[in-house]
Design a protein around this ligand. Structure first.
Ligand SMILES: [Mn+2]
Length: 347
C-alpha cells in the first residue's frame, strides 16, 4: 500500500520529504534546543522549538521572492533535540559548544546549521563552538535583540540570558540591532568597548535604513554567527516573548537585515532563533518564526547570483529578478532565472 495521500508530510521542519531531510542530502540542519532556566519574566521558551517546527509544516514552500521552492533544492535535516543539562547554565553552554563544534567538523556536515531556542543563554555556546571548528579570526556576530545583554553577570550567573552578548564578545565582535533596553551598568561598558557596535531601536526602524551600510561593512567577507532574539521584533508582530518591548523591528526591515548579511558575508555557518515562548491558541508568532528561519535559509543557500540583489535600499525595494518576474505573472523556475542572470551579466 502506498503511503502517499494517506499520511501527512513527515514531522520535521517544513514537512520535508524523507530523502530531502536526510543528513547526507540536506545542506541545512536544524537543531532544537528547548532550554529554559534563567528566564526572568514570561516563561515558556522550552516550548519554542516544537511550536516553530509545527508551524513550519504550514509554511508554503514556494517563495515569491525566489520564484521557486528553495527548500526542495537545498533540503533540511531536522535533528533530534539537544540533550539538556539543568545543573547550571555554564554546563549547558559547554554542551552546546561541544555539539556545534562536533556538527561543524563532522561528516556529513551542514552548510548552514540553525539552532532553535530556548532562551538566549544558548548563543554563547554557539559562538564558542563556531570558534573551535572554523576559528575566530574571521568570525563576527550580528545580534537582533531588544536587549543589549551586555551584563557581565546576572542573578549570580555569567551565563544568564541577560549576559548573552557579553559572553559572545569574549569570542568575537558583535553588531547589535534593535536595542531599546540597556541598564545603567551596561551603558559605560558599551561605550568603552570597541568590539561592540549598537544600533538602537529608533535607528534600526528608521525609514532610510542608513545603518544597513554599516551592517554591510561589518559583515563583509566575514564568517557570521547571526543570533536572533525574537524580542528584537516589535511586539505587534512578535508578542510571544518573555520580555516584550515596544518599538521594535517590523517584518520587512527584518528581511532587509537578513538580505544584507547573507549578501555581504563570506558565509553564515550558523544562526539561531531564540526566546519564542508560544502563546497557546495564538499561532501567528510561531508561524512568523518558522517563516523567518525558512527565509534566512533560502537567502543563504539558494544558488542565486543576482548582482542587483545588493544592500542598496532602492535595489532592495525593487526585489530580486525572480520577484520581478513573478509580479509580472511570468513563471520562473530556478533554471530560467540562472540563465537569465547569466545572459544579463554578459550583456
Ligand atoms: Mn532580548
Amino acid at each position: 500500500m502506498s503511503e502517499e495521500g494517506l499520511f501527512q508530510s513527515p514531522w520535521n521542519f517544513l514537512g520535508m520529504p524523507e530523502d530531502l531531510a536526510s543528513p547526507q542530502r540536506a545542506k541545512a540542519w536544524l537543531l532544537p534546543v528547548p532550554y529554559e532556566s534563567t528566564t526572568s519574566y514570561g516563561a515558556g521558551t522550552r516550548n519554542g522549538p516544537a511550536a516553530i517546527i509545527a508551524a513550519s509544516r504550514q509554511v508554503e514552500l514556494f517563495d515569491c521572492e525566489f520564484g521557486n521552492e528553495p527548500a526542495m533544492e537545498y533540503g533540511v535535516h531536522t535533528m533530534n533535540p539537544l540533550g539538556l543539562v539543568h545543573r547550571s547554565p555554564d554546563l549547558m553552554v559547554k554542551a552546546i559548544e561541544e555539539a556545534v563544534a562536533g556538527i561543524l567538523s563532522g561528516t556529513p556536515r551542514p552548510e548552514v546549521l540553525v539552532l532553535l531556542g530556548g532562551e538566549h543563554t544558548i548563543s554563547p555556546g554557539v559562538a564558542r563552538g563556531m570558534a573551535r571548528s572554523i576559528g575566530k579570526d574571521n568570525l563576527v556576530c550580528v545580534q537582533v535583540d531588544a536587549h543589549a545583554d551586555l551584563r557581565d553577570e546576572y542573578e549570580g550567573s555569567p551565563f544568564s540570558h541577560a549576559c548573552a552578548a557579553r559572553r559572545i564578545l569574549d569570542v568575537c565582535p558583535v553588531f547589535q540591532i534593535g536595542i531599546r533596553n540597556i541598564s545603567a551598568g551596561e551603558e559605560p561598558f558599551r561605550r568603552s568597548c570597541d568590539r561592540v557596535h549598537t544600533v538602537f531601536a529608533e535607528e534600526s526602524t528608521a525609514a532610510d535604513g542608513a545603518f544597513l551600510k554599516d551592517l554591510a561593512a561589518f559583515v563583509r567577507g566575514k564568517q557570521v554567527f547571526f543570533t536572533i532574539d525574537l524580542d528584537g521584533l516589535d511586539p505587534s508582530i512578535m508578542p510571544a516573548v518573555g520580555t516584550p518591548e515596544p518599538g521594535g523591528i517590523l517584518w520587512h526591515r527584518m528581511l532587509e537585515i537578513c538580505r544584507v548579511i547573507t549578501r555581504e558575508a563570506a558565509h553564515i555557518p550558523v544562526f539561531d532563533v531564540v526566546e519564542l515562548a508560544p502563546i497557546p491558541g495564538f499561532i501567528a508568532p510561531d508561524f512568523l518564526s518558522a517563516k523567518l528561519v525558512y527565509k534566512i535559509l533560502s537567502y543563504t543557500l539558494a544558488d542565486l547570483n543576482d548582482e542587483r540583489w545588493a544592500h542598496d535600499p532602492e535595489q532592495l525595494a525593487r526585489g530580486t529578478a525572480a520577484q520581478q518576474r513573478f509580479e509580472k505573472g511570468q513563471s520562473c523556475t530556478h533554471e530560467d532565472l540562472k540563465e537569465q542572470l547569466e545572459r544579463e551579466s554578459q550583456e
